[in-house]
Design a protein around this ligand. Sequence first.
Ligand code: C2E
Ligand code: MG
Ligand code: MG
Ligand code: MG
Length: 297
Amino acid sequence: RAKERGGSTVCQYDSAMMEAAAERTRLRGLLAGALDRGEFHLVYQPLVEAAGGRPVGVEALLRWQPSGDAAPVPPSVFIPLCEASGLILPIGRWVLETACRQIRAWADGGGPPLEIAVNVSPRQLRDPALLEDVRTVLAVTGIDPALLVLEVTEGLLIEDMDYSRHVLTGLKRLGVRLALDDFGTGYSSLSYLNSLPFDVLKMDGSFTRNLGAAELDNAGGQAVARAIIGLARSLSMTLVAEGVETPAQHAWLAANGCRLIQGYLVGRPEPAPAAAGLIGQLVAEHERRQNERFDFV
Ligand code: C2E
Ligand code: MG
Ligand code: MG
Ligand code: MG
């Protein structure tokens, strides 16, 4: 019977593929003018200390709402299109500047000093203008370079180690910090970790998912996460667990020495005003918890 159905299955598959390709072509056309039409905005997701909940920073995440369309297009769809066309260069510059201006505005408004994490795509890393762009944004916004964390994924780093080391070292000289994003999902060659100047390791959400489940049949997942935490510690890198969704995951991570957490449990990515409200709430909760501890003593 499978054979009988085979023909039409292939047909449906083909037409779905053609539709997807046509949609990508349509989006590519829309993307070309999206920046000028003001269709992008940033949302901000908090990073907090696993123990105690103090908010230390936010990650800026790009959102695209094409003017004519009903729904926003997810980054997993439009970022690769921007990468392929090179549009990621002007868009990435806009993200960097907008994000740095935002934490400057929050600090000027009397908020706590927050780190700002900005995703930098492989294409941007290979752009000879990147160093100058980062230097300019730091100068224009006047933020402490140590508050800027550039997040890169491991994929292309090892393809040209010498060049990667050159670019990353140049960025470090500007005083910014570097995070290895989605750690554990890419090539994950451990040898290069030590030879590239990363300050922060972001453990991918797929590892977090396996933690803190009530059942004990999950020893393997816990062992892997524990190893990643230990690796970060022995390389003196700050570990961030991504995708923390449950109190059990949080508790496991805090108990096992993970320094920072990020995920829907703490807060979803939100536009600037809502994100500022959330940070204020997290600060207040943290202070209340500290006072409770003090009262107890
Ligand atoms: P990422 O940098 O690893 O960002 C984390 C992603 O996980 C975000 O997806 C975030 O919304 C999502 N997330 C956060 N907490 C949770 C959780 O508890 N559960 C689950 N299931 N997901 C969670 P988003 O915003 O869709 O972005 C996807 C990816 O797109 C990012 O992954 C990043 O690689 C890329 N991206 C986003 N903004 C930018 C940007 O401005 N520039 C570049 N080059 N890439 C970007
Ligand atoms: Mg990231
Ligand atoms: Mg990530
Ligand atoms: Mg990710």
